[in-house]
Design a protein around this ligand. Structure first.
Ligand SMILES: Nc1ncnc2c1ncn2[C@@H]1O[C@H](COP(=O)(O)OP(=O)(O)OP(=O)(O)O)[C@@H](O)[C@H]1O
Length: 253
């Protein structure tokens, strides 16, 4: 499901002139100001920038967790900017996995049930959901933790469960909002390695991160500033000066 009228062939995300202003009790905040963005199938794109730049808002727009005020958005070639919650829910289930900084697992469900739930909601048979869950949990080093509740797991384990849940329906797009933001250095390394591994198999990833080491796992880094793209370093460009960035392959086990 790529390309389509209005979106370039091979694009998983295509946005034109996306804007979002938050209007609360205080003065309006222009969080995203006319962003054009294309993420092609198979890319791993990191969005970095200072706190308050609008990175999470952009990710929320792309995942349908917030609606743009203006602009056009395609996911996998499907025009989605006018979708309501019901159509977004279907689209997310089928095509967009999301992981957050604080995992957002269902606390009263076991690890197995947390991972199987989106598969069942997407129409998988219980048997198929179990098989997908088992395969992913094994891949993510969580075998034997199936019956645990999230509170019994470390932060790193919870994030791996969240990753399994996000990937169980084999989404075209994985969105990650500070996926290591609440993890220690081992948890960070694990998430980094796993994202790199899924990306190497073709998973398209759009990730927001403060962390230069996390961004170094991506093959394209977008700097976001004041609601706009300030810099965009695509795959194949010479490495821009990003002080402190270390290669993912340097990380030890
Ligand atoms: N629901 C909201 N209501 C009002 N203002 C909001 C809302 N969500 C975000 N904002 C404001 O919009 C701006 C952008 O926020 P956003 O969370 O997108 O930035 P960010 O770059 O992800 O920041 P951080 O790295 O700190 O998470 C900030 O000024 C923030 O306070």
């Amino acid at each position: 499901m790529t390309g389509g009228p209005g979106a370039p062939p091979g694009s998983i995300v295509h946005a034109e002139g996306l804007t979002k202003t938050h209007r609360g009790d205080r003065a309006p905040v222009h969080a995203v100001r006319g962003v054009d963005l294309t993420v092609r199938e198979g890319e791993f794109v990191a969005v970095t920038g200072p706190s308050g730049a609008g990175k999470s808002t952009l990710l929320h727009l792309v995942g349908g967790l917030e609606r743009p005020d203006t602009g056009r958005l395609w996911i996998g070639g499907e025009r989605v900017d006018a979708y309501g919650e019901a159509r977004w829910a279907v689209l997310r289930r089928r095509s967009v996995g999301v992981v957050f900084q604080f995992f957002n697992l269902v606390s009263h469900l076991t690890v197995a049930d947390n991972v199987e739930l989106p598969a069942l909601l997407a129409g998988a048979t219980p048997r198929a959901a179990r098989a997908s869950r088992a395969e992913l949990l094994a891949e993510l080093g969580l075998q034997g933790r199936e019956n645990a509740l999230p509170a019994a797991l470390s932060g790193g384990e919870q994030q791996r469960v969240a990753l399994a849940r996000a990937l169980v329906n084999q989404p075209a797009l994985l969105l990650a909002d500070e996926p290591a933001g609440s993890l220690d250095s081992k948890g960070t390394r694990d998430v980094l390695r796993l994202l790199a591994r899924f990306h190497a198999r073709g998973q398209t990833i759009l990730m927001v991160t403060h962390d230069a080491r996390m961004a170094s796992a991506a093959d394209r880094v977008i700097s976001f500033f004041d609601g706009r793209i300030a810099d965009d370093a695509p795959l194949g460009d010479p490495a821009p000066a990003r002080p402190g960035v270390t290669g993912v392959l340097d990380l030890e086990d």
